[in-house]
Design a protein around this ligand. Structure first.
Ligand code: 5AD
Ligand code: SF4
Length: 442
């Protein structure tokens, strides 16, 4: 019997990846995915808890789903992801429309939970089990080992975080840092390549802390894993995200200069440029140490494009602290970056501290975003006239146009005959628009 599954994914790339795995797991139970919530027999909300009233957003979304359940008595609703982890049983109490709650570490138990749910139970599972949640996920018929994939894919190599930054819920919702064995990852990567994938982005909340078991029984670093992945024929590009400055080892920095398949783009969040704030955030490094890392990285790979994350209005942040953040941004010169207003997350140490007035934080965010937007524009302009690799992914909006990503992760539009998704071509950049580049095949 075929049932329809609708998954709504919030938050990070890890959730995007997890949603794909959940679709595969439920595919083995006879579910096919749909883009339309109205025709679904099961709706899964894969939630995010990182910022701003996450739980409240989920409860209001559930309110909107209520009529669907009234219209279709077969419909079941599940909550997955970090809000599921943080709220657990509380969701069942507050939202009678919910039939299932599953935390990010127990997706391999989803098929059994689904069966229990169809039998009338309201299962909740927010354990942190020992076993690898991906080992047990069955492959569905529709997306089994032979099914073709698009040219790019994510591969989760590590999950969780032991850093305990004072503002962050991740160590609580995703648990302790766990790395997957390298042998398993190499096998999955080879399988992805067989299915048409040419670019793999290695995922982890703290990806550069990767320390999985290698085929030789020794502990492998991320750099070692990347070097082994680079040996796979047909895999053309490797990226990884997200990294912590303190785990940026010399071997990983060296890999940026030596492994041609490792793309010249790095997301390396610093959060603040003030040593006082960095200390209060429990980041365990100074602005100067971060700048030294950037220097070393650029020495290894001069055309490296940098991305980052910033938080403004962290409790105790003064005008001088904020100026130090602007100074750091000017010193680095980011290709692009994300910036957020601090939002207190219940249960984290910073949530107990006196907040910066909202209006002050708003002003700072505006200033920072203006500076980052200017740097992004400049970085794009600097690409004009240069030759880059572009991996094409899909047709563009204009007739005859294809869109892909450059080595530096810029979206690039090209008009050319016969280009196919999955083609990797050399392109001369001819123009820069607000969020993309235009180019011509060489
Ligand atoms: N408030 C604001 N931003 C946050 N981030 C994480 N927690 C918070 C918070 N409580 C941001 C950080 C992190 C990114 C994923 O989200 O910048 O790097
Ligand atoms: Fe959160 Fe990243 Fe800090 Fe870990 S390193 S606690 S995931 S901000």
């Amino acid at each position: 019997m075929t049932r329809k599954l609708f998954i709504k994914t919030y938050g990070c790339q890890m959730n995007v990846y997890d949603s794909e795995r959940m679709a595969e797991a439920l595919g083995a139970q006879g579910y096919v995915t749909t883009e339309r919530a109205e025709e679904a027999d099961m709706i899964l909300l894969n939630t995010c808890h990182i910022r701003e009233k996450a739980a409240e957003k989920v409860y209001s979304e559930l309110g909107r789903l209520k009529p669907l359940k009234a219209a279709n008595p077969e419909l079941r609703i599940g909550i997955a992801g970090c809000v599921a982890q943080a709220e657990g049983e509380e969701i069942m109490r507050r939202a009678p429309v919910v039939d299932l709650v599953v935390g990010p570490q127990t997706y391999h138990r989803l098929p059994a939970m689904e069966a229990a749910m169809r039998a009338g139970a309201r299962p909740v599972d927010t354990d942190f089990p020992e076993e690898d949640k991906f080992e047990h996920l069955p492959k569905s018929r529709a997306s089994g080992p032979r099914a073709r994939r698009g040219p790019t894919a994510f591969l989760t190599v590590q999950e969780g975080c032991d850093k305990f930054c004072a503002f962050c819920v991740v160590p609580y919702t995703r648990g302790a840092e766990v790395s997957r064995p390298a042998t398993r990852l190499l096998a999955e990567a080879r399988d992805l390549v067989k299915r048409g994938v040419r670019e793999i982005t290695l995922l982890g909340q703290n990806v550069n802390a990767y320390h999985g078991e290698g085929p030789d029984g020794a502990e492998w670093s991320l750099a070692r894993l990347i070097r082994a992945l680079a040996e796979i024929d047909g895999l053309e590009r490797i990226r990884y995200t997200t990294s912590h400055p303190n785990d940026m080892g010399d071997d990983l920095i060296a890999a940026h200069g030596q492994v041609a398949k490792l793309m010249p783009y790095l997301h390396l969040p610093v959060q603040s440029g003030s040593d006082r704030v960095l200390k209060a955030m429990n980041r365990k490094h100074t602005a100067e140490q971060y700048l030294r890392q950037i220097e070393k990285l650029r020495a290894a790979r001069p055309d490296l494009l940098l991305s980052g994350d910033f938080i403004v209005g962290f409790p105790g942040e003064t005008e001088a602290d904020f100026e130090a953040t602007l100074d750091l941004v000017r010193a680095v010169g980011y290709g692009q970056a994300y910036s957020f207003k601090y939002s207190a997350r219940p249960g984290t140490p910073a949530a107990e501290r006196a907040p910066v007035p909202a209006a002050v934080a708003d002003d700072r965010l505006q200033l920072l975003q203006a500076l980052l937007a200017e740097q992004q524009r400049a970085a794009q302009e600097a690409m004009v006239g240069r030759e880059v690799g572009v991996l094409f992914e899909k047709p563009g909006r204009m007739e005859g146009q294809m869109v892909g990503k450059s080595d530096h992760l810029h979206a690039v539009h090209v008009v050319a005959e016969g280009l196919q998704p999955g083609d990797l071509r050399r392109v001369r950049i001819t123009a820069s628009a607000s969020h993309s580049l235009a180019g011509a095949l060489i």
